[in-house]
Design a protein. Sequence first.
Length: 254
Amino acid sequence: MGSSITTHEDIEVLLARLGRRRLRLATEDEGPPPLTLAWPGLSDVLPDGGLPRGVVELTAPRALGGATSVALAAVRAGQARALTAWSAWVDPEATLHAPGVVAAGVDLVRMLVVHPPRAELGRIALKVVASGAFEVVVIDFDPVWGGASSPPAPATVRPPAPATARRPTGAKPGPPEVLVRKLALAAEPSGVTVLILTDSTRPRAAVWPVALRLELARPSRHDLSVRIAKDRRGRVGLAKTVPFYPVHHTTAAG
């Protein structure tokens, strides 16, 4: 699937090859434009008609709420900005389904898929976002953070584990809100849209500093429920239903 890598060295080589790019398409005063999705009805629900630059949380009942489909639509929209636009998907559990990515209209040639060890997710995700090489970066948070049955995050900072070691299944590398803040800061220079996928059924100890939080659900096979739960301008609202339309049906570019 496109470029799929797992090691820190491979990431360094590929990011160096891609080079740093300025992704903002508007002036500094105007700010980066929202990422408009080709999804009937969804743009009408989203603040400013699209996804903002910075960190956006897509939270839904695990594997049932449509978050992956919305993220793929965002990747497709990001790639449509330019023929040279790349996207990245940080997938520690290697759960991304290649046929579904193709059906969503994503260009696999311009999509980097990273399978970091759980212990390296935060560091590698930050490096990918800070590279400035991508229009959209998607990060699957759930394998590392979440789940009431998982052990609590360590209270003290521990030395980095050896490269050959992995954290036990379910262990958490630290408070997720700290990583979210770092991702937001790393996204600012290039204006990348960072989508983090989370499970809405899992408890949370603190509010995460995201630019936008969308609560998603599937009330029926043909519908997608969308609620603005957090917005940087304080806009929140009731859940609204739009058609569930994840598959890209057109062949025309853009």
